[in-house]
Every structure is written in C-alpha cells, then in structure tokens.
Design a binder for this molecule. Sequence first.
Ligand code: SF4
Length: 458
Amino acid sequence: MLLRHTSKEPAERTALTVNPAKTCQPVGAMYAALGIHNCLPHSHGSQGCCAYHRSALTRHYKDPVMATTSSFTEGASVFGGQANLVEAINNIFTIYDPDIIAVHTTCLSEVIGDDLKQIINKALADGKIPDGKTVIHSNTPSFKGSHITGFANMTQSMVSYLSVNTGQKQNRINIIPGFVEPSDMTEIKRIAAEMGIQTILFPDTSGVVNGPLDGKFHMYPKGGTPIKDIIAAGDSRYTMALGRTASLPAAKLLDTKCKVPFEVTDIPIGLRATDQFIDSLRKIAGVSVPESLTTERGQVVDVLTDMHQYFYKTKVALVGDPDHLVSLTQFLADMDMDVRYVVTGTPAGPKFERRIREFAGENVIVKHGLGADMFMFHQLVKHDKPDLIFGNTYAKYIARDEDIPLIRIGFPIYDRVGHQYFPVVGYRGALRFLEKILNALLDRQDRDAPEESFELIM
Ligand code: SF4
C-alpha cells in the first residue's frame, strides 16, 4: 500500500536517492568493533548518530548493543571535537573499563576534519589512556560508501593498529569473515575446526550479539576476538578474506604490513561458494576434507536434486550487500533459477557487475551505488514481476505491494528472528536456505492452487 505510487517504468536518476538500499558507514564500523573481545565502540559525533547506529544493531540482533558517543553540541560542531573525545576516553576507561575503545567518525566530525590519530595521541600524552589499554580509530564518513565500507574500514584499522609481524610464523590461517551474522562466523569456525585447521577469525561477533539470557547484564559478553589474536594475526601463514567489498582492505594491509599472503574468496553461501572456500582451506593448510563435511555436502546435493523442479526457471530479484549478492546469485543460478535483478546501494565497482553477469547471464539487470535504491528496485520488480524476492526487512513493503514472497537475508532484519542463531554459510547454511526457499514457493503454491490440484504430497 505504502509504495503503490511507484511508477512502473524504471527511470535512471543521478542526483536523487529514494529509500537507500544501504545504511551508513558507522553502523558497519560499530558492528566490526563489537567483534573484538572487551571492546567498547565509540561514535565521534552527535548523540543522534550513535543512537541510530545502536538502535539499528539492537533491533537486528534483539540484544542490547553498547556504544558511547562524543556528544557533539554547537561548540564541538564549530570548533572541532578534540576536547569531547579526550574527555570521553577518560570517562570510558574510568567508568566502563573496556580493554579497547574503537572510535569511528560520523558525517559531522568528518566535515569538520577532526584528526583522530592526533587526538588519540593527545589523550595518550595527557595520561587518559591507562597502561595496557588501547584506542583505535577508523574514518567512516557516511556521505560515501555504506555500512559495508564502514565494516571494511574498521577491520582494516584493527590490522593497522594491532597486528604485528614478530618474524615467528605460526601455522595458522586468518579468516576475515565480512559483514555476516554471528551464526555464520560460528559456522565458519566449525568448518575450519572440523578440518583440523587452526584459525584466527576477526572480527568475531559470535557470543557478543547473540548471547544467552542468563539473568545478568554483561557489558562485555564472552565472545569477540581477543586483542592478542588480532596482534598475532601478523604472524599467521595466510589470510582468507571472505568477500571483496568487506574483507579485502584488511587482508591487503596484513600483506603489506606483516607479509601475510592472502586469497579472496566469496562468502560461502551456497554449494559452489562453500566448495571453493573448503577447497582453498584444504590447499592452504595441506589437509584433507573430512567425511563429516562430505556428508553435509551430499545432503545439500540430495535436496537440490529432489526439488529441482520447483527451482527451475523461477524468476528472482535480489537486493542487499554486494558480497552476499555475488554468492547468492551464483547459488540461485546454479539451481537454474532465473536471476532478473540485482541491486545494492553500496558502490561495488565493475568487478561486482562482471561477476553477477558471469553467473546470471548477460540479461540480468545490475544496479549498484548512486541511484541504486529501493525505489529503483521496486520499479524493476513492477516492470517485470519476479516469483521471489530476496532482501532485508525494507523489501517487505515491496513484497506486500506486489504480492510476492520474500526471503529475508542481509542487514537489517528487524521483523524476524533466526539470523543470529542459524547460519546461511556452509553446507548446513545452504540446506537451511534451500528449506526457506522451498517453503516460500510451496506455501504460495498451496495458497493459490485450485481445489482440484491442491496436493498433500509434493
Ligand atoms: S548518515 Fe551521517 S549523520 Fe546520518 S546517522 Fe550516519 S553518520 Fe550520522
């Protein structure tokens, strides 16, 4: 109902965004910072920004997300936020006692031009950073990029501030997981452990934003990558960066700063991307794939084969984040689904478009960056109606208006639970994803079937 005025013919726009298909950089930076154990994310800007970032993450995870703010008012907005940040650092260590503060900027502090490195050095010189405590920062201007860029920037800052090459190489593999769910991070660690491989996964939000309710408030939950592990990442043998947009900058910096070679693979969503991830792990670590993973793979192939008739030529439209969209397109195209539209508000570059076309064929319509928004996505959906939409919570307005089933994936998902606890990566994740797709298609088929063809058995 809300969007029924959206015109049917897609119109290219260069100077106007309507309902962005992304959120702002600091949301991603805050999420990445939560993936360090005992870390308090800090937003250098006004209270409103911090309130929005916290509430976006809290509503997505249904868990309280802790963060502090420099609380800019008129004075800081004109003269800069140095005094606010130095005082904030002092207050945070005195009152909340984290091991590390991860500061990210906002639009306002970026426009003023605050030099965060210099401010942190001043706090250090003034004795506001106690011994053994750390402050890192990342520049996250939200007038460019998206939450994925913010995640990438903060993860890169972890390497820049913390990782050290001591010259003593360790037989470990770093995994930079990208902006995925804590459940996905747990699954990635489980797969590596199943293969007998020692890993350092960072950032790691598992056990932070999906912890149990135990009757007590934990300012710093049990999860998160220990700082010592991010330092030790500089001595690892290899890095695997999952997803070019969110993980490549940190992997590149680990290579140039600490001489840790890296490989970029897709987020292991779907059969082929998981095969590639496991194959890369196997080769790098020199191990073989255990029977348990082969069995999990076989189960996915079994369901794919049994249910192929429901997937074949089903028209789908995808909106979300670039690294997810690449893996998802490959997965769906491999299932013989017809991927019609792929839209992301994150500027993803020509490589992104090439890869989507490689999987979905030349006819797929790909939009990214400026002008690629929910309005454009709705116009495309209206123009030639797909059978299924994949997207975040905001896609539900379009799905409802056009009466198309929606599979929720990506960020944010405000109106459902499950993403925190059940992975979509790996073979187990693929199985869950297949179940979701089939349920959506068959529920629709049951709803619309005439009496004489309403079947009990698939
Ligand atoms: S877009 Fe900029 S001003 Fe708006 S919430 Fe994000 S950081 Fe703050």
